[in-house]
Ligand binder design. Sequence first.
Ligand code: GLC
Length: 521
Amino acid sequence: MTLHVLMVAAENDALPGGKVGGIGDVLRDLPLALTELGCRVTVVTPSYGRLADLRQLGHVAALEVAFRRANIPVEVVEVAGREHVPQVRHIVFDHVDFSPCGRGTIYCDDPPDRPFATDASKFALFNAAVAEALKQYCIGEIDVVHLHDWHSALLLLLRRYHPAYRKLRSMRFVYTLHNLALQGVRPLRGDPSALESWFPGLRYAKALVTDPRWPDCINPMAVGIRLADAVHTVSPSYCDEILRPSDVAGAGYYGGEGLQADLVAARQEGRLHGFLNGCDYPDQLAPVPEWSSLLELMRAENLRWTAARAQVGGAHFVAHVRLSEMSAKRPTFILSSVGRITSQKVRLLAEHAGDGRAALEGVLDALGDDGLLVILGSGDPVLEQFLAMTSARRRNLLYLSGYSDVLSQALYGSGDLFLMPSSFEPCGISQMLAMRSGQPCLVHLVGGLKDTVKPGINGFGFEGKSLLQQADGLLAALREALVLRSNHPRRWSTMRKAAARARFSWRSTAENCLNLLYRAG
Ligand code: GLC
């Protein structure tokens, strides 16, 4: 019998405009790998006022969803993915409340005094609509519902407590947590974006719903961990790390972010699993550009981002100046880094190393005048400014503030060493993409980075019990890499080959899903 899996998520990169981060990649690739094992997969997301405009393949349903004491009309449509795969369907739920921050925006930024308010209401309505669709069987018979991160976790609450959705109990529900740093915590009541405002009259057991630190708040991430039939995180090491409490201030490790007791319980009940995401390995990778073409591409992308705004941004201007100064000769060593500019990804570069200066300064010292650090990505304005200001002082830092697929690909191929100093990393995809192109990585040995990069064999790593030790470890590892590259070219080339040969296959991820999550129990 074919297993029909319904994936419920905020992102789906099989649809143009459906991705912000790594979850989008997973929802693009994992369904394909599951179909190769004989499954049928349907992926559902909100339309965000835009995805329903993709080529429609059919009208699935017009739902009336009970939400905030009203019946909300939600349209459900099937749309075409980037490529046609018979066993994978993409379905989007459409209603104006799925685009409260403008057409096409997947996540909203709420002010610090009302974190997650807009998104939590949006995803609560989405979850209720998916529950209604499941109850009416409009997406067909479903065997397994696979939820991703806090955005879809309220389905478990509706399944458990909502009298209209008892039918959902006959289906298996599994939950993947991609990033414990985002939990979607909201009040139980007393706010328009609160559990009892969304579902008035719902009777629930507080202990199963509330946050361990804020007993008057619902924590959707905790609901996912407590109520799913199986829970999964995206690497074995991250799965171990989150069982301990966080010590972000002191040792700088992230642990279970307040939910460690729930995670330990899930582990003891045999419900918690950790296995790696995969990476796609096409027969042919895009050709590695010559330095002159790379330079041209960086200039063009930076100008495009500059032109897209009414005013010239500081980071774009500094990058423009740095790019104009660059000569036709390739730097002797390119340290590259691609990813969102968030505290998770780049905080360590701003931390003090043993010499009292930001670790980034030490990195640039080590690279010297002939080396170059290229950082591509956008995100947190404070961190972006830190990078732009450092680049304004230091010629061997090029900070490109934006997102560009073609430039990312070019950098995966062109860099000599790929830097990923993440404070924590549930799995990470960039390091796999860099390795795939034969670029060894220098990483903080945590989570998925520890499970993919093998220091001395296909890359370099560092760890440390405090932020200071980590910053010093990073610099020591970089110096080691630079020495290896200039003094031992044969060993360097062996390392590059080992990086290119490493395989993290989606097939094995899909097999683990089947054996550990979908079929168990
Ligand atoms: C999140 C994590 C990242 C992981 C991705 C996909 O974005 O931060 O480490 O690779 O989810 O699971």
